[in-house]
Design a protein around this ligand. Structure first.
Ligand code: DC
Length: 231
């Protein structure tokens, strides 16, 4: 049976995961956070003491790392070799490691298999950097969600403070800008807007407005093309 796929790409801190999660709930779709998969592998490399420059070490260690997802009460749980690592992958250290290890082709191939499988098996809203361009090029709807870097830094700062982490706001903004630069300029699967992706600027919209716009766009497309599942 055909499954519906919605792809959301955009830079770090644009609100992709919050908005995708809310939209998935409304539509009864599965939310797939692909950044969490890259973060789980980054945690694995950090624990093994592999340096980000050590590409052959990364390749050699990959077969020992099994990333799987399961869902508890609608929430995505990332398992690294069977261990729930949800609470360990949201740090800046893991984020930075994910940013430098995610361009390694063997890392992407491994996670892409898992992403394809999930999209084949269920209606999904999948967010990441290369979902509309490479993972799900035939997605029913593609969104490129962005926001001004200072707004993204402010949001991330508040999130970290709420979790009791201390950090410098300006330093965070510099780090986010650097992460954008890395994600956009890398040779392998760079972050870019797919030609057919709808551009949404979250700096100008609330979370609810952005969610509603995505729902509206998806329903409009489904109506236009006819419910493909009836076809
Ligand atoms: O969205 P995030 O911050 O959790 O992603 C962590 C890192 O993983 C980010 O620097 C880019 C990378 N990533 C990627 O290369 N491809 C994806 N589809 C998702 C994330």
């Amino acid at each position: 049976m055909k499954t519906y796929n919605i792809a959301i790409d955009g830079p770090a801190g644009a609100g992709k995961s919050t908005i995708a999660r809310l939209a998935a709930k409304e539509l009864g779709f599965v939310y797939v956070d692909t950044g969490a998969m890259y973060r789980a592998l980054a945690l694995f490399f950090l624990r093994k003491g592999i340096s980000p420059e050590d590409i052959s070490g990364i390749r050699a260690a990959l077969p020992e790392a099994e990333v799987t997802l399961h869902y508890e009460g609608g929430e995505q749980v990332v398992l690294l070799n069977g261990e729930n690592v949800n609470g360990l992958i949201r740090t800046e250290e893991v984020g930075k490691m994910a940013s430098v290890t995610s361009p390694v082709p063997a890392v992407r191939e491994k996670l892409r298999e898992l992403q394809w499988k999930l999209a084949r098996e269920a209606d999904v809203i999948m967010d990441g950097r290369d979902i509309g361009t490479e993972v799900l090029p035939d997605a029913d709807l593609k969104i490129y969600l962005t926001a001004d870097v200072s707004i993204r830094a402010e949001r991330r700062y508040r999130e970290l403070v709420e979790r009791g982490e201390t950090c410098d706001r300006d330093e965070l903004e510099r780090e986010i800008a650097e992460r954008d630069r890395q994600d956009m300029s890398r040779a392998v699967s760079p972050l870019k807007r797919a030609d057919d992706a709808v551009l949404l600027d979250g700096s100008l919209l609330t979370i609810e407005q952005t969610r509603d716009e995505i729902l509206r766009l998806f329903r409009e497309r489904r109506e236009k093309t006819g419910d493909a599942r009836q076809a």
